[in-house]
Design a binder for this molecule. Structure first.
Ligand code: BGC
Length: 871
């Protein structure tokens, strides 16, 4: 997290990224924080390389367009900014750097190359990684050299045998047919006059890995390939370009089989010598794009905390935390030792690692398993072409008794900047915050995923519900934008949205048209197309992204409109009522998904097409129509805005006619349906109190236990608090018996479970133990306990609400958030029966404070103390 700096702007960002390399935008935007102690900006002056904006009268400091700046390819630029504020002119900021990649695709002159693989290909998971290598001579020393590289597959690049950069799992996971990311590295110091070589270790990566539910490999294509271009400026003033193409050679590597989640198998004794000419492939350069998101890195190392030898000989290592990444094993023993490492989240009754609950059956029994044949050279083992979710590793075949110091977990995910934190007087809530944070980290490896084990897939439903929570914890602007560009690119022609983005099955849509459409209209999942871009706008005030995503958002709502108008649920008989034209009650739906009483049977019956899920789907139809109407208004599409707002009204009316009774009961009367109704504002004002009371009655009937599944868990506590039942919200949050969040803590969870009963009383696991969805409850800690909230109409916290709602026996709480404008904070403690609140307001923003005793205040930038009576 950052601090404001006195006297000059700080926290400089280009396209929201810190010192990005290889941007391929011609007109990137610039952001900064105002100097400490200032209230507002009246003008700024930007210098980017030689370019100077001059003084520009403007209050804007977030994603500022640099009109007139013309970037060129392969520039390495320094930039700085100064501002005029209420305190007068500031000093220049400290300079920051960024660089550009190739801005026109015709500048790509190198050719994709790949290994010549056996035909037919061995099945997924049984294919080696290959070395690819090219050599070149340089007459004189190098002044500057930039390597641009990418792959269909996963590559690590090496210059003269040394690994390039610290990015992992490159080029990352994208919808490759539309967007293949290029990484840019400064390799100046790695080259020398004379003979040099550039090489890459290439494996299947996301590109050819086995997909979760179609259970097929090669979703994006059957051939791996590597593309690189090295731009070199020499000391004598000349320049040269060396890239992949004819003359390159390949050979199988010591990684004899590897798949992204299955694991990596290496025979350290194999030395690569049989080099053959590589295959050149005409794959073109049309899909190449520069970085949008922060790269994946090894962000943390966790030393093992315990090693236990079992009677069966296995040594089980505990790293103390469920993480995403891989391990580093100090050595693999004497030459010829065959060491195997099985990674998992849970232990079985014998204390060994189990992965049975993760349903890896489709991976022919092998998953999250590495193996190594030792060359006896004390080389550490670190499998960087695979990534897994694990806390425990079961190691067999290592002849030595291992100690914790022999093994380290490498935590690998997108290198996101921390922006938010929370703490309070209740240690359990702090721990819940921590394990939810870890669950997000475990599922933030380039793509927001459901779990880092079984599926490792960018399920739209999961991300739409967690994204606002993530946006508090970390700066997810780039991470989210990258995902949204893939979502937009892969939208179906019908307007439907693949349930998983990036969608590895896109190329199969022609062959399986029914399957492609089947999941593409599931409420709460496909609605990510409206909700996530809208949330992005609210959190980051990114006008350009909203504009780019708007056609996608609109097409989704227009599809909902068409389905509602044209289709009718098979159980409906008699004349069609007018409101039915706005009911969305057909097509496949997941529904709320994984409510506590769901069994495998009920899940399977839910998955039948005949289930009437109109109460859920019509609710989402309303929210999406409303959000797209709001986006249209922001973007100045006034006719759309009016039409969609009218549509939303008709959908709300239809929902009320169908599902809401005059006494405020909702059918079916689940906690989820009540919470959604209140949260989405489906209920008329006059009935809100009754509806909320009915929700409380159901919760009480359940012994004050949570009854929601995936979709509405983040909504449940806020709607209770917002409708006069804050104590019920706290009781649910602190409930110790199953189902509850505290049960997870009491059973030792280090990440949030997919199911409420992820580990049963005996410690038997079911399904994934690292799913962030139920962890979205921690947004209640931010928005209601500490009380920091976005206000509609004021993106990026330009004007925000501070409304702490103390309860649950808490004596103090605080949350801090680094917003695009600067840090804001709400910190309260109870003393002498009163609430003492401290609020920090960032420069350029305003806080609206609502105190528990009903008093209100509007606060300018600075730190303020307030006192309130407690009701
Ligand atoms: C995944 C989810 C996903 C769901 C769809 C599960 O298998 O893990 O998180 O959203 O399927 O219902």
């Amino acid at each position: 997290m950052s601090e404001l700096v006195a006297g000059r702007p700080s926290r400089l960002r280009v396209e929201g990224l810190r010192c990005p390399h290889g941007l391929t935008l011609r007109s990137p935007r610039f952001s900064w924080w105002l100097p400490a102690g200032t209230t507002n900006q009246v003008a700024y002056r930007l210098q980017v390389g030689e370019w100077d904006s001059g003084r520009v009268e403007s209050a804007s400091s977030v994603l500022v367009e640099a009109t007139g700046l013309h970037l060129q390819s392969l520039q390495d630029l320094s930039w700085r900014v100064r501002v005029w504020t209420d305190l007068g002119p500031s000093d220049w900021s400290a300079p920051e750097r960024f660089s550009t990649g190739l801005l026109t695709l015709t500048e790509w002159v190198s050719t994709w190359i790949g290994p010549r693989e056996a035909t037919p290909l061995p099945p997924g998971g049984h294919r080696p990684a290959y070395w690819l290598k090219g050599e070149f001579d340089l007459g004189v020393a190098v002044r500057r050299a930039t390597l641009l590289a990418t792959a269909h597959g996963l590559y690590e690049a090496f210059v003269n045998g040394a690994r390039v950069g610290d990015q992992e799992l490159t080029p990352g996971s994208t919808a490759y047919a539309h967007r293949t990311q290029v990484q840019s590295f400064d390799v100046t110091s790695m080259l020398h006059a004379g003979r040099n070589d550039l090489s890459a270790l290439l494996s299947d990566g996301w590109y050819r890995s086995v997909s979760p539910h179609m259970k097929i490999a090669d979703g994006y294509g059957a051939r791996t390939a590597f593309l690189a271009q090295l731009h070199i400026e020499l000391e004598d003033g000349t320049g040269t370009v060396f890239g992949t193409g004819p003359g390159w050679v390949f050979t199988p590597s010591s990684i004899t089989a590897v798949e992204l989640t299955r694991g990596q198998h290496q025979d350290q004794r194999i030395t690569s010598s049989d080099w053959q000419p590589a295959l050149c492939a005409d794959l073109g350069h049309g899909t190449l794009v520069g970085p949008v998101a922060p790269p994946v890195r090894q962000v943390e190392e966790l030393p093992a905390v315990a090693v236990r030898r079992l009677p069966n000989g296995a040594q089980v290592v505990d790293v103390g935390q469920n993480v995403n990444g891989w391990v580093r094993l100090r050595d693999a023993g004497p030459a010829g030792s065959r060491v195997s490492l099985v990674h998992g989240e849970a232990l079985d009754a014998d204390g060994d690692v189990t992965i049975e609950h993760l349903h890896f059956a489709h991976l022919d029994g092998v998953a999250q398993t590495d193996s190594i044949v030792s060359a006896g050279n004390d080389e550490p083992y670190e499998p960087r072409h695979t990534t897994k979710g694990f806390r425990y590793v079961s190691i067999t075949g290592h002849p030595r008794d291992l100690a914790p110091a022999d093994l380290t977990a490498k935590v690998v995910h997108s290198d996101l900047e921390r922006t938010g934190d929370f703490a309070c007087s209740n240690a359990d809530l702090n721990r819940l915050h921590e394990i939810s944070d870890w669950s997000f980290r475990g599922n933030a490896c380039d793509v927001p995923t459901d779990c880092p084990t079984r599926e490792r897939a960018g399920w739209t439903g999961d991300w739409q519900l967690f994204m606002p929570t993530a946006a508090f914890l970390y700066d997810v602007a780039g991470f989210n934008a990258k995902w949204l560009y893939d979502l937009a690119a892969q939208q179906l022609p019908s307007g439907g949205i693949p349930t998983i983005v990036p969608d590895r099955h896109e190329s199969l849509r022609g062959e399986y048209p029914f399957e492609a459409e089947f999941f593409a209209t599931a409420a709460g999942w496909a609605d990510a197309a409206a909700h996530v871009p809208w949330q992005h706008w609210l959190h980051y005030e990114d006008h350009r992204l909203l504009d780019q995503l708007y056609p996608t958002m609109l097409r989704w709502v227009e599809l909902q409109e068409r389905i509602a108008r044209e289709e009718r649920h098979s159980s409906r008989t008699g004349d069609r009522q007018p409101h039915e034209a706005f009911l969305l009650d057909t097509r496949f739906q997941f529904g709320e998904w994984l409510e506590p009483d769901e069994t495998d049977d009920t899940i399977h019956s839910l998955m039948r097409l005949e289930a009437d899920m109109g109460v859920v789907a019509t609710g989402y139809f309303f929210r999406s129509a409303q959000q797209v109407a709001a986006a249209a208004a922001v973007l100045g599409h006034d006719a759309d805005a009016r039409r969609l707002a009218g549509l939303a009204e008709q959908v709300r009316r239809a929902w009320q006619i169908e599902y809401l009774a005059p006494d405020g009961t909702i059918a079916p009367g689940t906690q989820a349906n009540y919470a959604r109704a209140l949260s989405f504002d489906l209920v008329p004002g006059a009935l809100r109190a009754e509806v909320a009371a009915n929700l409380v009655a159901i919760i009480r009937k359940a012994g004050t236990h949570v009854g929601t599944g995936f979709l509405t868990t983040p909504m449940l506590l806020p709607v209770l608090a917002d409708n006069g039942h804050v104590e019920v919200a706290y009781e649910l949050l602190l409930q110790r018996t199953e189902p509850s969040w505290m049960t997870m803590l009491d059973r030792g969870a280090t990440t949030v479970w997919e199911r409420w009963d992820g580990l049963d009383e005996q410690g038997v696991p079911s399904d994934s133990l690292n799913h962030y969805s139920k962890g979205a409850v921690i947004s209640f800690l931010h928005t209601h306990v500490a009380g920091i909230r976005l206000l509609p109409g004021f993106p990026a916290y330009r004007r925000f609400l501070v409304q702490p709602q103390p309860g649950g026996g808490l004596t103090w709480a605080r949350a801090r958030l680094d917003t695009p404008y600067g840090p804001i904070e709400s910190a309260w403690r109870q003393q002498d029966g009163r609430l003492h609140l401290s609020v920090t307001v960032a420069p350029g923003t305003t806080a609206e404070v609502r105190l528990p005793d009903g008093a209100q205040a509007e606060l300018p930038p600075g730190t303020h103390s307030l006192v309130s009576d407690l009701p």
